[in-house]
Design a protein around this ligand. Structure first.
Ligand SMILES: [Zn+2]
Length: 219
């Protein structure tokens, strides 16, 4: 089986874990949550010689989606490059993606551009990096349209701002819902199994087992 490689590039003043996934053999790649600091993401793409095929979004917050249009345009301007699609999140985050520029100005971040995805995602959809298949889980609560990407074969997930090492996503922003978030974690993420590892939107990686045992928010 071709190997899936993972690299994290921290971006924006919020240290968001922009995540590169690629097939080691073919260099087919996706970038999850290109929130900003696009030159740094491009540097990682170039260094690994990646052929980026899509930009996936977990949700519509500015630190996750604020650099997506800039990155897409840079990638598409490369000679011979196949057009890159913006994929996800669930349509319920359109209200956030339509206001990225405004969100950015509130935080003093300039140059953010609103995003209209080429493809919205929904629970049960599948997306691919080369031959690696990821299932899409809709995990609302942090935002209404938050999605999580799950690879069952490799027991690996990118969970955005749903679950962190020792914490969970904030729900004090507009459209947040703490009960929905905890429900999504308990009914969709914990059942994946203790041996699943995940990259999250901020901070270190963890495993489902470690969070099930010790995360104070889900006991
Ligand atoms: Zn967020």
């Amino acid at each position: 089986m071709p190997r899936l490689r993972v690299a994290v590039v921290p971006v924006t003043p919020f240290s968001q874990n922009c995540t590169l996934l690629w097939d080691d053999e073919t260099k087919e790649a996706v970038v999850i949550d290109a929130g900003g600091d696009v030159p740094r993401i491009m540097e990682a793409v170039t260094k690994q010689g990646l052929n980026v095929q899509a930009l996936w979004l977990t949700h519509g917050h500015l630190d996750h989606a604020g650099g997506v249009i800039e990155l897409r345009d840079l990638l598409n301007a490369r000679p011979g490059h196949t057009p890159v699609d913006i994929v996800g999140p669930d349509r319920r985050d359109a209200v956030l993606l339509d206001n990225l520029q405004q969100q950015g100005e509130m935080f003093g971040l300039k140059g953010l551009r609103n995003v209209t995805p080429d493809r919205w995602l929904a629970e049960g959809d599948q997306v691919k990096v080369g031959t690696h298949v990821f299932d899409v889980l809709h995990c609302p609560g942090h935002t209404p349209g938050h999605v999580v990407f799950v690879n069952h074969a490799l027991k690996f997930a990118q969970v955005g701002d749903v679950l962190f090492q020792g914490s969970v996503g904030r729900t004090d922003f507009p459209y947040g819902n703490h009960a929905a978030l905890i429900d999504a974690i308990k009914t969709k993420l914990l059942p994946l199994g203790d041996d699943f590892s995940f990259v999250c939107g901020h901070g270190p990686n963890s495993t489902i087992g470690a969070e099930r045992r010790s995360n104070p928010f889900i006991q």
